[in-house]
Design a protein around this ligand. Structure first.
Ligand code: HEC
Length: 165
């Protein structure tokens, strides 16, 4: 195979849309477990202090447009090989199921159309931590989110500290 043919083949592979999963066995929960559970934990309790807990708190991000947008544009989420509808379903599972009662009253569920737009503009990875700090500050000040949303997450800690936790 010529190099060009090889490259074209690779391009075709990488632009292929994710195949629609069979509706009967892939659920928002199983999608979460497979793609996110390794970092955020099966129950939404993260294994390392370098990863935020989602349990009983992920819903707070739906309190304002910025928080909502932050979640829907996180690189780990945006690049999931899921259709827009399945991605929206998984985000709703995270916010409303894992998140317990943390979502503010009347918070709207993510829709496929909303996710289709936000995943076109993933957040820049270089300033993710400081961006999150800003987002969370507002959630605490304006929405009454618990201080723990900021203080329990320690992205700067090294592997030593996480091992002793
Ligand atoms: C490699 C580990 C890793 C994987 C895999 C991962 N995340 Fe995360 N996640 C993180 C880290 C680290 C942050 C904090 C990012 C920051 O500092 O802004 C985060 C932030 C979040 C947040 C915002 C919560 C907060 O307190 O900032 C949500 C919601 C979330 N992830 C959901 C998911 C979902 C859903 C998936 C699966 C598609 C996923 N994550 C996959 C590590 C991971």
């Amino acid at each position: 195979m010529s190099l060009l043919a090889l490259l074209m083949g690779m391009a075709a592979l990488s632009t292929g849309a994710p195949a629609a999963p069979p509706a009967d066995h892939l659920t928002p929960r199983s999608n979460y477990l497979e793609r996110c559970g390794g970092c955020h934990g099966v129950q939404g309790r993260a294994f390392a202090p370098t990863v935020p807990d989602l349990r009983d708190r992920a819903g707070w991000f739906l309190c304002d447009a910025t928080g909502r947008d932050y979640v829907a544009r996180l690189p780990n989420i945006v690049f999931s090989h899921l259709t827009d509808a399945d991605l929206a379903g998984m985000l709703n599972y995270v916010a409303f199921d894992l998140g317990g009662t943390s979502a503010p009253k009347g918070a709207k569920r993510y829709t496929a159309a909303e996710v289709a737009v936000s995943r076109r503009e993933p957040l820049s990875t270089t300033d993710l931590e400081s961006y999150r700090t800003q987002v969370v500050k507002t959630l605490i000040a304006r929405c009454g989110a618990p201080e723990a949303l900021a203080s329990d997450y320690a992205p700067k800690l090294g592997p030593k500290e996480s091992a002793s936790r």
